[in-house]
Design a protein around this ligand. Structure first.
Ligand code: SAM
Length: 379
């Protein structure tokens, strides 16, 4: 079975590395999706449970040319639906069309659905009262990929972030940002603008090896074809390093934000591993000489807020110069962020946050010295 793991623009390489860390090889990233070959339902369950920045896990059921609707019907009908869908399964069809002759979504959807129903029905009336099977017909450059969504609600919904908050980062994006930094659990981690706590919580979950999917459920769990797969993945998720010492701190000027962040940390099981402090970012001081700050400060999108966002960028530049061995990272759409910060970034990556084009700026500090080799004369 071939799986496809969609990734947000700019984080495909991160998702590829995360899959490699889970033991998968020969991965290819195409059109914002990382393809994983030679998989079975246990892999579906493992990837859903452990991938930190993928958006969902799809099974590619077929791939064929679609010059016209007859080809679409035949290609979809030829899938072994009866081996896959339970007797009372409810198949829903969603469509995507890019640069192709077939582009009318409603027509693609109804031809696709008819082909599935004809294959399943075999003369009988369908009882569609059971589990949902969401099928995506992705037509790109006149080639149709028939993909079954095994995830259901997107993987950014970990299950711990239940309180509303203004402009939170998606959990999958936060995890990707962390992976794009030099942070490791031996260093201090801060988010000086932590809001609902997403970045510190994701950092702690990664460091403690808490599976991002341990607190939620997935569409495939309802399907006979995947029986037992979730239980195996859940058992593997028990390997948590809860006693690992961490120095992870979130700060914000809003008491409400910190209340929300603390609640979310408790839901994620990291309340004893992350501290949240009421403090303006500008007043941050630290005894740790080496540390990493990752933040998405206020964007200033609302009228009147832009000046404040610009002033914060200037203040963060000052703070970075004061903490001269720290690495600072900021996700922001502010176009002149480097000028305001007062330094050219060491690296810039274009990403999207809530549909807004942003840049992820990296401002490096010096590398910590390597521990000196032991004197050969030492006992
Ligand atoms: C875009 S939100 C961060 C969202 C967060 N990443 C999340 O996932 O919920 C920006 C946050 O910065 C906080 N903030 C604004 N000015 C601040 C300052 N001077 N110091 C610290 N926090 C500040 C706001 O209260 C807000 O919670």
């Amino acid at each position: 079975m071939k799986l496809l793991v969609p990734a947000a623009t700019g984080v495909e390489a991160v998702v590829k590395r995360q899959l490699e860390a889970l033991g998968y090889r020969d991965l290819r990233a195409i059109n914002g999706r990382v393809a994983v070959c030679d998989c079975d339902w246990r892999d579906v369950a493992r990837i859903n449970m452990f991938i930190r920045s993928g958006e969902r896990v799809l099974v590619q059921l077929a791939r064929f040319d679609v010059p016209d609707f007859d080809a679409l019907y035949d290609g979809v009908r030829n899938v072994a639906w009866r081996d896959l869908v339970d007797k009372n399964g409810r198949v829903t069809v969603v469509t995507k069309s890019v640069n192709s002759k077939l582009f009318a979504h409603h027509a693609i959807q109804s031809v696709g659905k008819k082909a599935v129903v004809d294959a399943l029905r075999n003369g009988a009336v369908l009882d569609e009262t059971g589990a949902e099977y969401r099928v995506e017909l992705d037509i790109t450059d006149d080639v149709c990929s028939v993909n079954l969504d095994t995830t259901g609600v997107g993987l950014h919904k970990r299950g711990y972030r239940t309180l509303p908050y203004d402009a939170p980062l998606k959990e999958t994006t936060a995890a990707a940002l962390i992976d794009l930094t030099v942070w490791n659990p031996d260093k201090m981690f801060t988010d000086l603008f932590c809001g609902s706590g997403t970045l510190p919580i994701e950092a702690a979950m990664k460091a403690l090896n808490i599976a991002p999917g341990f607190k939620r459920h997935f569409a495939y769990e309802q399907w006979s074809v995947a029986a037992g797969a979730y239980e195996r993945a859940f058992a593997e998720a028990a390997d948590v390093r809860r006693d690992r010492p961490l120095n992870i701190v979130g700060g914000d000027i809003s008491e409400k934000a910190l209340e929300t962040a603390r609640f979310h940390a408790a839901q994620a099981g990291v309340e004893n591993n992350v501290k949240f402090n009421l403090r303006p970012a500008e007043q941050f001081v630290s005894n740790s000489s080496y540390g990493v700050n990752v933040s998405n400060p206020p964007y200033g999108q609302r009228l009147g807020d832009e000046e404040n966002a610009k002033q914060l960028a200037k203040n963060m530049g000052k703070l970075y110069r004061a903490l001269d061995k720290w690495n600072f990272y900021f996700l922001t759409p502010l176009e002149d962020f480097e000028r305001l910060f007062g330094r050219r970034a060491d690296k810039k990556r274009q990403l999207f946050n809530a549909g807004i084009k942003c840049c992820f700026y990296s401002f490096n500090g010096p590398k910590p010295p390597k521990p000196s080799p032991q004197d050969p004369c030492d006992p």
